[in-house]
Design a protein around this ligand. Sequence first.
Ligand SMILES: C[S@@+](CC[C@H](N)C(=O)[O-])C[C@H]1O[C@@H](n2cnc3c(N)ncnc32)[C@H](O)[C@@H]1O
Length: 466
Amino acid sequence: MTVTVVSPHGGSVKARQALSDRFCSRLSTNDFLNRRVVSYQGNRKTPGLRWMKYKEGFSGALVAHLIAQENPCAVLDPFAGMCTAPLIAAGLGRRATGIEIMPVGIRAGMALAQAANGLSRNDFDKHASDLKNAIRTEDSASGLAFPHVRITKGAFSDRTEQEIARARRFLANMRDEGVRAVLDLACMSVLEEASYTRKDGQYLRWDRRADRPLRASVDLGHISSFNAALERKIDEITTDFDRLREQFGGGRPSLVNGSCLELLKDIPDGEFDMVITSPPYANRYDYTRTYALELAWMGFGQDAFSDLRQKMLSATVENKTKRDALAEFYGTHREAFDRAVRMYDGQCAIREVLNILEDRRDELSNRNVLRLIEQYFFEMALVISELGRIVCPGGVVIMVNDNVQYHGEELPVDFILSDFAEMAGFRCSTIWHLARGKGNSSQQMARFGRQELRKCVYRWVRRDDG
Ligand SMILES: C[S@@+](CC[C@H](N)C(=O)[O-])C[C@H]1O[C@@H](n2cnc3c(N)ncnc32)[C@H](O)[C@@H]1O
Protein backbone atom coordinates (compact mmCIF):
# COMPACT_ATOMS: atom_id res chain seq x y z
CA MET A 1 0.00 0.00 0.00
CA THR A 2 1.32 3.46 -0.82
CA VAL A 3 0.01 6.69 0.61
CA THR A 4 0.54 9.87 -1.35
CA VAL A 5 0.50 12.95 0.83
CA VAL A 6 -1.07 16.08 -0.61
CA SER A 7 -1.12 19.62 0.74
CA PRO A 8 -4.22 21.51 -0.45
CA HIS A 9 -2.21 24.72 -0.01
CA GLY A 10 0.66 23.54 -2.16
CA GLY A 11 2.91 23.45 0.91
CA SER A 12 5.76 21.05 1.45
CA VAL A 13 4.85 17.40 2.03
CA LYS A 14 8.42 16.11 2.05
CA ALA A 15 8.56 15.14 5.72
CA ARG A 16 5.09 13.62 5.76
CA GLN A 17 5.78 11.70 2.56
CA ALA A 18 9.02 10.33 4.02
CA LEU A 19 7.16 9.24 7.14
CA SER A 20 4.46 7.69 5.04
CA ASP A 21 6.97 5.82 2.86
CA ARG A 22 8.55 4.46 6.04
CA PHE A 23 5.38 3.32 7.77
CA CYS A 24 2.84 2.52 5.07
CA SER A 25 4.05 -1.08 4.76
CA ARG A 26 2.91 -1.56 8.39
CA LEU A 27 -0.65 -0.51 7.55
CA SER A 28 -3.13 -3.34 7.35
CA THR A 29 -6.74 -4.16 8.13
CA ASN A 30 -7.91 -6.65 10.72
CA ASP A 31 -11.24 -8.48 10.49
CA PHE A 32 -11.88 -8.08 14.20
CA LEU A 33 -11.47 -4.32 14.23
CA ASN A 34 -14.49 -2.27 13.24
CA ARG A 35 -16.13 0.92 14.41
CA ARG A 36 -18.30 -0.87 16.93
CA VAL A 37 -15.45 -2.65 18.65
CA VAL A 38 -13.10 0.35 18.83
CA SER A 39 -15.80 2.59 20.24
CA TYR A 40 -18.26 2.65 23.09
CA GLN A 41 -20.97 1.27 20.78
CA GLY A 42 -19.57 -2.20 21.44
CA ASN A 43 -20.50 -1.81 25.14
CA ARG A 44 -24.16 -1.00 24.66
CA LYS A 45 -25.27 -4.46 25.72
CA THR A 46 -22.36 -5.42 27.99
CA PRO A 47 -23.38 -5.89 31.62
CA GLY A 48 -21.72 -3.26 33.78
CA LEU A 49 -19.96 -1.40 30.97
CA ARG A 50 -23.33 -0.17 29.69
CA TRP A 51 -24.11 1.65 32.94
CA MET A 52 -22.16 4.78 32.06
CA LYS A 53 -22.19 5.97 28.48
CA TYR A 54 -18.58 7.08 28.14
CA LYS A 55 -18.78 8.03 24.50
CA GLU A 56 -15.02 8.28 24.03
CA GLY A 57 -14.42 4.75 25.28
CA PHE A 58 -13.53 1.57 23.46
CA SER A 59 -15.32 -1.72 24.00
CA GLY A 60 -14.62 -4.40 26.57
CA ALA A 61 -14.66 -6.88 23.68
CA LEU A 62 -11.62 -5.14 22.16
CA VAL A 63 -9.71 -5.39 25.44
CA ALA A 64 -10.63 -9.07 25.94
CA HIS A 65 -9.58 -9.85 22.36
CA LEU A 66 -6.20 -8.11 22.76
CA ILE A 67 -5.52 -9.83 26.08
CA ALA A 68 -6.32 -13.22 24.52
CA GLN A 69 -3.88 -12.42 21.69
CA GLU A 70 -0.99 -11.15 23.82
CA ASN A 71 -1.50 -13.04 27.11
CA PRO A 72 0.07 -10.39 29.38
CA CYS A 73 0.64 -10.54 33.15
CA ALA A 74 0.35 -6.84 33.94
CA VAL A 75 -1.73 -4.32 32.00
CA LEU A 76 -1.71 -0.52 32.20
CA ASP A 77 -4.03 2.06 30.68
CA PRO A 78 -2.66 5.57 31.31
CA PHE A 79 -5.78 7.19 29.75
CA ALA A 80 -8.30 4.83 31.30
CA GLY A 81 -11.58 6.73 30.73
CA MET A 82 -14.30 4.73 32.49
CA CYS A 83 -11.63 2.07 33.20
CA THR A 84 -12.71 -0.46 30.57
CA ALA A 85 -9.19 -1.86 30.05
CA PRO A 86 -8.22 -2.30 33.73
CA LEU A 87 -11.65 -3.71 34.60
CA ILE A 88 -11.54 -6.33 31.86
CA ALA A 89 -7.88 -7.15 32.48
CA ALA A 90 -8.43 -7.57 36.24
CA GLY A 91 -11.54 -9.63 35.52
CA LEU A 92 -9.31 -11.95 33.49
CA GLY A 93 -7.00 -12.32 36.47
CA ARG A 94 -4.30 -9.91 35.27
CA ARG A 95 -2.63 -7.29 37.43
CA ALA A 96 -4.25 -4.15 36.09
CA THR A 97 -3.80 -0.43 36.59
CA GLY A 98 -5.74 2.50 35.19
CA ILE A 99 -4.77 6.15 35.40
CA GLU A 100 -7.46 8.66 34.54
CA ILE A 101 -7.68 12.37 35.14
CA MET A 102 -11.47 12.64 34.97
CA PRO A 103 -12.92 11.68 38.33
CA VAL A 104 -16.14 10.75 36.53
CA GLY A 105 -14.45 7.80 34.82
CA ILE A 106 -12.67 6.67 37.98
CA ARG A 107 -15.92 6.81 39.93
CA ALA A 108 -17.62 4.64 37.31
CA GLY A 109 -14.76 2.14 37.28
CA MET A 110 -14.59 1.89 41.07
CA ALA A 111 -18.33 1.40 41.45
CA LEU A 112 -18.30 -1.39 38.88
CA ALA A 113 -15.23 -3.08 40.40
CA GLN A 114 -16.91 -2.93 43.79
CA ALA A 115 -20.24 -4.29 42.52
CA ALA A 116 -18.45 -7.24 40.91
CA ASN A 117 -16.19 -8.04 43.83
CA GLY A 118 -18.13 -8.62 46.99
CA LEU A 119 -21.10 -6.24 47.12
CA SER A 120 -24.10 -8.03 48.57
CA ARG A 121 -27.01 -8.48 46.20
CA ASN A 122 -29.49 -8.22 49.08
CA ASP A 123 -28.00 -4.93 50.30
CA PHE A 124 -28.10 -3.53 46.81
CA ASP A 125 -31.72 -4.57 46.23
CA LYS A 126 -32.84 -3.10 49.53
CA HIS A 127 -31.20 0.29 49.04
CA ALA A 128 -32.17 0.46 45.39
CA SER A 129 -35.79 -0.09 46.34
CA ASP A 130 -35.53 2.56 49.10
CA LEU A 131 -34.08 5.03 46.59
CA LYS A 132 -36.94 4.37 44.19
CA ASN A 133 -39.42 5.06 46.98
CA ALA A 134 -37.57 8.18 48.10
CA ILE A 135 -37.58 9.82 44.68
CA ARG A 136 -41.31 9.15 44.28
CA THR A 137 -42.23 11.21 47.37
CA GLU A 138 -43.32 14.77 46.71
CA ASP A 139 -41.66 16.49 49.67
CA SER A 140 -39.15 19.26 49.08
CA ALA A 141 -35.45 18.54 49.53
CA SER A 142 -33.95 21.92 50.25
CA GLY A 143 -30.23 22.15 50.82
CA LEU A 144 -29.34 19.32 48.47
CA ALA A 145 -29.97 21.02 45.22
CA PHE A 146 -27.82 20.15 42.21
CA PRO A 147 -24.58 22.17 42.66
CA HIS A 148 -24.64 24.08 39.38
CA VAL A 149 -21.68 25.84 37.80
CA ARG A 150 -21.91 28.44 35.03
CA ILE A 151 -21.92 25.92 32.21
CA THR A 152 -24.70 23.74 33.70
CA LYS A 153 -27.18 26.48 34.71
CA GLY A 154 -30.60 25.92 33.16
CA ALA A 155 -29.83 22.31 32.24
CA PHE A 156 -32.87 20.92 34.06
CA SER A 157 -36.54 21.76 34.36
CA ASP A 158 -37.75 22.82 37.83
CA ARG A 159 -39.38 19.45 38.29
CA THR A 160 -36.17 17.61 37.40
CA GLU A 161 -34.22 19.82 39.83
CA GLN A 162 -36.56 18.66 42.60
CA GLU A 163 -36.25 15.02 41.62
CA ILE A 164 -32.46 15.26 41.56
CA ALA A 165 -32.43 17.00 44.94
CA ARG A 166 -34.42 14.13 46.47
CA ALA A 167 -31.97 11.57 45.12
CA ARG A 168 -29.03 13.62 46.41
CA ARG A 169 -30.56 13.80 49.88
CA PHE A 170 -31.12 10.05 49.89
CA LEU A 171 -27.50 9.36 48.90
CA ALA A 172 -26.14 11.82 51.47
CA ASN A 173 -27.90 9.87 54.22
CA MET A 174 -26.74 6.43 53.10
CA ARG A 175 -24.16 4.64 55.20
CA ASP A 176 -23.32 1.64 53.04
CA GLU A 177 -20.49 3.10 50.96
CA GLY A 178 -20.30 0.24 48.46
CA VAL A 179 -23.98 0.39 47.53
CA ARG A 180 -23.90 4.18 47.63
CA ALA A 181 -21.12 4.20 45.02
CA VAL A 182 -23.28 2.14 42.65
CA LEU A 183 -26.43 4.18 43.22
CA ASP A 184 -24.47 7.41 42.90
CA LEU A 185 -23.21 6.17 39.54
CA ALA A 186 -26.78 5.31 38.54
CA CYS A 187 -27.86 8.90 39.24
CA MET A 188 -24.82 10.47 37.58
CA SER A 189 -25.23 8.38 34.46
CA VAL A 190 -28.81 9.57 33.77
CA LEU A 191 -28.24 13.30 34.26
CA GLU A 192 -27.71 13.94 30.56
CA GLU A 193 -30.80 12.02 29.53
CA ALA A 194 -32.95 14.05 31.95
CA SER A 195 -31.40 17.38 30.90
CA TYR A 196 -31.74 19.91 28.12
CA THR A 197 -28.22 18.99 26.94
CA ARG A 198 -26.56 16.34 24.82
CA LYS A 199 -22.86 15.59 24.45
CA ASP A 200 -21.83 16.40 20.95
CA GLY A 201 -18.11 16.05 20.26
CA GLN A 202 -16.53 19.35 21.21
CA TYR A 203 -19.54 20.85 22.96
CA LEU A 204 -22.74 20.33 24.86
CA ARG A 205 -25.68 20.81 22.52
CA TRP A 206 -28.59 22.66 24.18
CA ASP A 207 -32.34 22.33 23.74
CA ARG A 208 -34.20 25.58 23.19
CA ARG A 209 -36.40 24.95 26.27
CA ALA A 210 -33.39 25.47 28.54
CA ASP A 211 -33.67 28.50 30.78
CA ARG A 212 -30.51 30.28 29.66
CA PRO A 213 -29.46 32.52 26.78
CA LEU A 214 -28.32 30.34 23.87
CA ARG A 215 -26.50 31.23 20.69
CA ALA A 216 -27.53 27.98 19.03
CA SER A 217 -30.10 25.46 20.12
CA VAL A 218 -31.88 22.34 18.92
CA ASP A 219 -35.09 20.48 19.64
CA LEU A 220 -34.26 17.34 21.57
CA GLY A 221 -37.87 16.11 21.47
CA HIS A 222 -39.07 14.12 24.46
CA ILE A 223 -36.84 14.43 27.49
CA SER A 224 -37.17 11.77 30.15
CA SER A 225 -37.90 12.74 33.74
CA PHE A 226 -34.99 12.09 36.10
CA ASN A 227 -37.11 9.67 38.12
CA ALA A 228 -38.10 7.56 35.12
CA ALA A 229 -34.53 7.50 33.79
CA LEU A 230 -33.14 6.56 37.20
CA GLU A 231 -35.68 3.78 37.69
CA ARG A 232 -34.72 2.33 34.30
CA LYS A 233 -31.03 2.56 35.20
CA ILE A 234 -31.57 0.84 38.55
CA ASP A 235 -33.47 -1.94 36.76
CA GLU A 236 -30.59 -2.30 34.29
CA ILE A 237 -28.07 -2.56 37.12
CA THR A 238 -30.29 -5.08 38.91
CA THR A 239 -30.48 -7.19 35.74
CA ASP A 240 -26.69 -7.06 35.30
CA PHE A 241 -25.77 -7.62 38.92
CA ASP A 242 -25.40 -11.40 38.95
CA ARG A 243 -23.44 -11.42 35.70
CA LEU A 244 -20.78 -8.98 36.88
CA ARG A 245 -18.80 -11.52 38.82
CA GLU A 246 -18.21 -13.68 35.77
CA GLN A 247 -16.80 -10.75 33.77
CA PHE A 248 -15.17 -8.49 36.37
CA GLY A 249 -14.94 -10.71 39.42
CA GLY A 250 -11.40 -11.97 38.81
CA GLY A 251 -9.90 -9.21 40.94
CA ARG A 252 -9.90 -5.50 41.52
CA PRO A 253 -7.85 -3.22 39.33
CA SER A 254 -5.83 -0.40 40.80
CA LEU A 255 -7.54 2.80 39.62
CA VAL A 256 -5.74 6.08 40.13
CA ASN A 257 -7.25 9.50 39.65
CA GLY A 258 -4.62 11.90 38.30
CA SER A 259 -2.58 12.93 35.30
CA CYS A 260 -0.43 10.31 33.62
CA LEU A 261 1.88 13.14 32.58
CA GLU A 262 2.91 13.17 36.23
CA LEU A 263 2.08 9.70 37.54
CA LEU A 264 4.02 7.65 34.97
CA LYS A 265 7.24 9.11 36.38
CA ASP A 266 6.89 7.08 39.59
CA ILE A 267 6.28 3.70 37.93
CA PRO A 268 9.35 1.43 38.12
CA ASP A 269 11.18 0.39 34.94
CA GLY A 270 9.74 -2.64 33.14
CA GLU A 271 6.68 -2.83 35.44
CA PHE A 272 4.15 -3.71 32.71
CA ASP A 273 4.17 -6.11 29.80
CA MET A 274 1.12 -4.61 28.11
CA VAL A 275 -0.40 -1.19 27.67
CA ILE A 276 -3.85 -0.90 26.13
CA THR A 277 -4.88 2.69 25.72
CA SER A 278 -6.58 5.40 23.76
CA PRO A 279 -5.43 8.94 24.49
CA PRO A 280 -7.65 11.93 23.74
CA TYR A 281 -7.58 12.57 20.01
CA ALA A 282 -6.08 15.83 18.77
CA ASN A 283 -9.55 16.97 17.80
CA ARG A 284 -10.44 19.80 20.17
CA TYR A 285 -12.90 17.73 22.21
CA ASP A 286 -13.17 19.26 25.64
CA TYR A 287 -14.19 16.61 28.18
CA THR A 288 -14.69 19.23 30.88
CA ARG A 289 -17.46 20.76 28.75
CA THR A 290 -19.16 17.59 27.63
CA TYR A 291 -19.01 16.04 31.11
CA ALA A 292 -19.97 19.26 32.88
CA LEU A 293 -23.16 17.83 34.40
CA GLU A 294 -21.37 14.80 35.79
CA LEU A 295 -18.47 16.86 37.15
CA ALA A 296 -20.86 19.32 38.79
CA TRP A 297 -22.79 16.36 40.26
CA MET A 298 -19.51 15.30 41.87
CA GLY A 299 -19.11 18.76 43.41
CA PHE A 300 -16.65 20.32 40.98
CA GLY A 301 -16.73 24.10 41.43
CA GLN A 302 -15.97 26.70 38.78
CA ASP A 303 -12.21 26.88 39.47
CA ALA A 304 -11.86 23.11 39.58
CA PHE A 305 -13.18 22.98 36.01
CA SER A 306 -10.44 25.18 34.60
CA ASP A 307 -7.74 23.45 36.66
CA LEU A 308 -8.83 20.09 35.31
CA ARG A 309 -8.93 21.36 31.71
CA GLN A 310 -5.37 22.66 31.98
CA LYS A 311 -4.07 19.43 33.52
CA MET A 312 -5.52 17.21 30.79
CA LEU A 313 -3.47 16.17 27.80
CA SER A 314 -3.63 19.24 25.53
CA ALA A 315 -6.29 18.62 22.93
CA THR A 316 -8.28 21.86 22.98
CA VAL A 317 -7.54 25.40 21.87
CA GLU A 318 -7.88 26.53 25.49
CA ASN A 319 -4.94 24.45 26.72
CA LYS A 320 -1.90 26.52 27.67
CA THR A 321 1.59 25.07 27.49
CA LYS A 322 2.60 22.77 30.36
CA ARG A 323 6.10 22.19 29.06
CA ASP A 324 7.95 24.38 31.58
CA ALA A 325 5.87 23.07 34.46
CA LEU A 326 6.59 19.49 33.38
CA ALA A 327 10.32 20.22 33.04
CA GLU A 328 10.28 21.54 36.59
CA PHE A 329 8.21 18.60 37.79
CA TYR A 330 10.72 16.15 36.33
CA GLY A 331 13.52 18.08 38.05
CA THR A 332 16.84 16.29 37.96
CA HIS A 333 15.33 12.85 37.14
CA ARG A 334 14.64 13.95 33.63
CA GLU A 335 15.97 11.28 31.34
CA ALA A 336 12.47 10.49 30.04
CA PHE A 337 11.67 14.19 29.74
CA ASP A 338 14.87 14.98 27.83
CA ARG A 339 14.24 12.04 25.53
CA ALA A 340 10.72 13.40 24.86
CA VAL A 341 12.25 16.76 23.90
CA ARG A 342 14.59 15.00 21.45
CA MET A 343 11.74 12.89 20.07
CA TYR A 344 9.53 15.92 19.52
CA ASP A 345 12.30 18.08 18.06
CA GLY A 346 13.40 15.27 15.75
CA GLN A 347 9.94 14.87 14.26
CA CYS A 348 9.85 16.92 11.05
CA ALA A 349 6.27 16.18 9.93
CA ILE A 350 4.79 18.20 12.80
CA ARG A 351 7.05 21.15 11.94
CA GLU A 352 6.06 20.86 8.29
CA VAL A 353 2.36 21.20 9.09
CA LEU A 354 2.99 23.97 11.62
CA ASN A 355 4.97 25.96 9.03
CA ILE A 356 2.12 25.76 6.53
CA LEU A 357 -0.46 26.75 9.15
CA GLU A 358 1.74 29.57 10.50
CA ASP A 359 1.94 31.03 6.98
CA ARG A 360 -1.88 30.96 6.91
CA ARG A 361 -2.41 32.03 10.47
CA ASP A 362 -4.96 34.68 9.44
CA GLU A 363 -7.14 32.09 7.72
CA LEU A 364 -7.39 29.77 10.72
CA SER A 365 -10.70 29.60 12.55
CA ASN A 366 -8.68 29.75 15.78
CA ARG A 367 -4.97 30.50 15.91
CA ASN A 368 -4.55 28.50 19.08
CA VAL A 369 -4.67 25.32 17.00
CA LEU A 370 -0.94 25.90 16.45
CA ARG A 371 -0.36 25.69 20.20
CA LEU A 372 -2.72 22.72 20.42
CA ILE A 373 -0.70 20.78 17.83
CA GLU A 374 2.64 21.59 19.49
CA GLN A 375 1.45 20.72 22.96
CA TYR A 376 -0.48 17.59 21.95
CA PHE A 377 2.52 16.04 20.28
CA PHE A 378 5.03 17.15 22.90
CA GLU A 379 2.91 15.69 25.70
CA MET A 380 2.34 12.47 23.73
CA ALA A 381 6.12 12.27 23.20
CA LEU A 382 6.53 12.43 26.97
CA VAL A 383 3.94 9.70 27.55
CA ILE A 384 5.52 7.45 24.91
CA SER A 385 9.00 8.15 26.27
CA GLU A 386 7.81 6.98 29.70
CA LEU A 387 6.12 3.92 28.18
CA GLY A 388 9.48 3.05 26.63
CA ARG A 389 10.83 2.87 30.17
CA ILE A 390 8.01 1.13 32.03
CA VAL A 391 7.14 -1.52 29.43
CA CYS A 392 9.47 -4.50 29.77
CA PRO A 393 11.40 -5.90 26.77
CA GLY A 394 9.03 -7.93 24.60
CA GLY A 395 6.02 -6.12 26.09
CA VAL A 396 3.47 -4.46 23.80
CA VAL A 397 1.59 -1.21 23.54
CA ILE A 398 -1.74 -1.12 21.75
CA MET A 399 -3.05 2.36 21.08
CA VAL A 400 -6.32 3.48 19.48
CA ASN A 401 -6.30 6.95 17.90
CA ASP A 402 -7.62 8.89 14.90
CA ASN A 403 -5.73 11.06 12.45
CA VAL A 404 -6.80 14.69 12.27
CA GLN A 405 -6.52 17.60 9.92
CA TYR A 406 -6.40 21.33 10.43
CA HIS A 407 -7.24 23.77 7.67
CA GLY A 408 -7.07 20.90 5.18
CA GLU A 409 -3.56 19.78 6.23
CA GLU A 410 -3.53 16.20 7.49
CA LEU A 411 -1.50 15.29 10.53
CA PRO A 412 -0.68 11.58 10.25
CA VAL A 413 -1.02 10.99 13.98
CA ASP A 414 -0.54 7.22 13.50
CA PHE A 415 2.84 7.64 11.77
CA ILE A 416 4.03 10.47 14.01
CA LEU A 417 3.28 8.60 17.24
CA SER A 418 4.76 5.39 15.80
CA ASP A 419 7.90 7.37 14.95
CA PHE A 420 8.03 8.57 18.57
CA ALA A 421 7.56 4.95 19.69
CA GLU A 422 10.52 3.80 17.60
CA MET A 423 12.63 6.58 19.12
CA ALA A 424 11.53 5.39 22.59
CA GLY A 425 12.69 1.79 22.15
CA PHE A 426 9.68 0.15 20.47
CA ARG A 427 9.32 -1.48 17.08
CA CYS A 428 6.08 -0.53 15.37
CA SER A 429 4.87 -3.93 14.17
CA THR A 430 1.46 -3.01 12.76
CA ILE A 431 -0.88 -0.09 12.25
CA TRP A 432 -4.34 -1.54 11.72
CA HIS A 433 -6.65 0.93 10.06
CA LEU A 434 -10.39 0.53 9.95
CA ALA A 435 -11.81 -0.29 6.55
CA ARG A 436 -13.62 3.04 6.54
CA GLY A 437 -11.90 6.11 7.96
CA LYS A 438 -13.46 9.25 9.28
CA GLY A 439 -14.79 11.92 6.92
CA ASN A 440 -13.65 15.50 7.41
CA SER A 441 -16.16 18.06 8.67
CA SER A 442 -18.63 19.51 6.16
CA GLN A 443 -16.94 22.94 6.38
CA GLN A 444 -13.52 21.45 5.65
CA MET A 445 -14.99 19.31 2.88
CA ALA A 446 -16.53 22.34 1.18
CA ARG A 447 -13.14 24.12 1.22
CA PHE A 448 -10.65 21.34 0.67
CA GLY A 449 -12.62 18.43 -0.79
CA ARG A 450 -13.40 15.08 0.76
CA GLN A 451 -10.55 13.58 2.70
CA GLU A 452 -10.83 10.38 4.67
CA LEU A 453 -8.80 10.34 7.86
CA ARG A 454 -7.44 7.03 9.11
CA LYS A 455 -8.87 5.58 12.33
CA CYS A 456 -6.19 3.25 13.63
CA VAL A 457 -5.04 0.80 16.25
CA TYR A 458 -1.24 0.64 16.57
CA ARG A 459 0.83 -2.23 17.93
CA TRP A 460 4.31 -1.45 19.20
CA VAL A 461 6.66 -4.08 20.66
CA ARG A 462 9.35 -3.12 23.17
CA ARG A 463 12.74 -4.04 21.74
CA ASP A 464 15.24 -5.88 23.90
CA ASP A 465 17.97 -3.39 23.12
CA GLY A 466 16.01 -0.10 23.43
C1 LIG B 1 -10.30 8.40 24.45
S1 LIG B 1 -10.59 8.50 26.16
C2 LIG B 1 -10.21 6.89 26.72
C3 LIG B 1 -11.44 6.09 27.03
C4 LIG B 1 -11.15 4.69 27.55
N1 LIG B 1 -10.39 3.90 26.61
C5 LIG B 1 -12.45 3.97 27.88
O1 LIG B 1 -12.71 2.91 27.32
O2 LIG B 1 -13.24 4.52 28.66
C6 LIG B 1 -9.20 9.44 26.71
C7 LIG B 1 -9.18 9.66 28.21
O3 LIG B 1 -7.96 10.29 28.57
C8 LIG B 1 -8.24 11.09 29.72
N2 LIG B 1 -7.12 12.02 29.93
C9 LIG B 1 -6.86 13.20 29.33
N3 LIG B 1 -5.74 13.74 29.80
C10 LIG B 1 -5.25 12.88 30.73
C11 LIG B 1 -4.09 12.88 31.56
N4 LIG B 1 -3.21 13.90 31.54
N5 LIG B 1 -3.90 11.83 32.38
C12 LIG B 1 -4.78 10.80 32.43
N6 LIG B 1 -5.91 10.76 31.67
C13 LIG B 1 -6.13 11.77 30.83
C14 LIG B 1 -9.56 11.72 29.37
O4 LIG B 1 -10.21 12.20 30.51
C15 LIG B 1 -10.29 10.56 28.71
O5 LIG B 1 -11.08 9.87 29.64
